[in-house]
Design a protein around this ligand. Sequence first.
Ligand SMILES: NC(=O)c1ccc[n+]([C@@H]2O[C@H](COP(=O)([O-])OP(=O)(O)OC[C@H]3O[C@@H](n4cnc5c(N)ncnc54)[C@H](O)[C@@H]3O)[C@@H](O)[C@H]2O)c1
Ligand SMILES: O=C(O)[C@H](O)COP(=O)(O)O
Length: 530
Amino acid sequence: MFKVLVSDPISDLGIQKLADAEDVIIDKKPGLSEDELVAIIGEYDALLVRSQTRVTPRIMEAGKQLKVVGRAGVGVDNIDLNAATQRGIIVINAPDGNTITTCEHTFAMIMAVARHIPQAYQKTVSGVWDRKSFLGVELRNKVLGVMGMGRIGSEVAKRAKAFGMEIWGYDPFLTEERAEALGIRLSTVDDIVRNADFMTVHTPLTPETRHMIGRNQFEVMKKGMRIVNCARGGIIDELALVEAIEQGIVAGAAFDVFEVEPPAADHPFLKLPQVIVTPHLGASTVEAQENVAIDVSEQVLNILRGKPFINAVNMPPIPANLLNIIQPYFPLVEKLGNFAAQLVEGAVEEITVNYSGELADLDTQPLTRHVVRGVLSHHLGSEQVNVVNSLHLAKERNVNIVVQKSPLSRDFTNLVTVTLRSKKEERLVAGTLLSGYGPRVVQIDKFPVDVAPEGNLILVSHNDKPGIIGRVGTLLGNNDVNIATMQVGRKIIGGAAIMVLSVDKGASKEVLAELASLADLNNAKEINLL
Ligand SMILES: NC(=O)c1ccc[n+]([C@@H]2O[C@H](COP(=O)([O-])OP(=O)(O)OC[C@H]3O[C@@H](n4cnc5c(N)ncnc54)[C@H](O)[C@@H]3O)[C@@H](O)[C@H]2O)c1
Ligand SMILES: O=C(O)[C@H](O)COP(=O)(O)O
């Protein structure tokens, strides 16, 4: 049974599928402090949050069973991604579910700041009929600067065009072609602050975007600018904005998000009549909350059940078409890594993965993560290592990872070769996915073999001499070790050879030692690939 803790208010309808799953128990405990979370998180496999819960390193540390933190929304700045990656905790978000809702809120803010709607409402309900103080401006023919042309920024731009606005956009990934397709002008931050009548920010908060609109920008800003922030507090320097309002540079501002949330009671935004505020409501619609909760629940369920998932933010995304091709290789390559790790003597210093054949043309990084997981889990345990932290753990241990690609594969359509180098030796295991037969190990060191990488295997290195197979079989039989299959590989008659036996149950250390002491037998090793 998987236990899931929901620590923020998340749509009940959205998490219904998770709640209905027969292998999941959900506990809803919104509003817990960090200490309270630390005290209970140890019993949970998954944590579902919105933006309120700060998922700190302490919480991750205490979450000994925690496999996934699901963010029902976009921003993950409340989750310590480094701590999650180090512990192999997958962090996923729901990036698409609240795009339109947040775009619509942004537009509501643009309209409200253009027409003083909240201020006028307040005065009217207080009994004052004031038709003079709230002269607004039209949106038509005004320049709207959009910083960040991602999901929300692009939707805002589309709607602004319908209002007859001219859109100037800035985004490091915005190309001339895309700008043209969107019908907007590709600009810079400087162009926008100098020329726009309205400006709206839709970037994440990063070291680069923190205070991207600050004193320097306000100094050169077009007088009478109206500014909207429905993205993240801190993209616009709040104190510099207050100064710019007081100096008459900025005519109005609409903020949904703040550098510190909730803002202190004496925050100048709450006093200035030119500033309108909402309490981080950008994503707060019935539809968006259902969407993000459904998206995140589905992925959390996939992760808990060991199925493929999308939207992990602490590992690169795998496009669906690539995933379809490489997913069947995940178990194979992980087993190759694990096989090689059990073969090699001494601490692994380098893992070389060679992809040949059709795989060589693809992005193989997800496969490499699985290979490394297979290698490291031999010593660190499969619970400790997963595809999120495998590369990180290898780097931490100074294990060098080399990836090679050879488009031509002589005997197989696809071949993955894993070579492990330690101070003592270098060992190689290669495998392929054979249509109709599944994963096969087709080479061990220099010897061609054909072995299914599963269960208990005994690997014997010996000299190719008559009678060896019989002696090995008799010894194992006498010790109640039943041989299911046997493969012998050699390069030349009478030379060095290997024997790979799949056995129904593992052999004891004593039996392996006895095997190794047989005449013409050099080594016997058990490989466990359960
Ligand atoms: N107020 C809310 O409730 C609410 C709801 C949803 C999203 N958000 C926030 O809105 C923001 C945008 O969300 P999104 O879904 O559109 O994200 P997105 O990832 O689709 O878009 C962000 C864009 O910002 C761009 N960017 C990054 N650095 C930049 C820089 N220095 N200058 C200009 N552009 C830069 C990226 O290239 C990207 O295209 C995020 O901060 C998100 O957390 C807020
Ligand atoms: O990043 C987001 O998705 C928004 O900021 C929404 O946050 P919320 O889920 O706390 O409303």
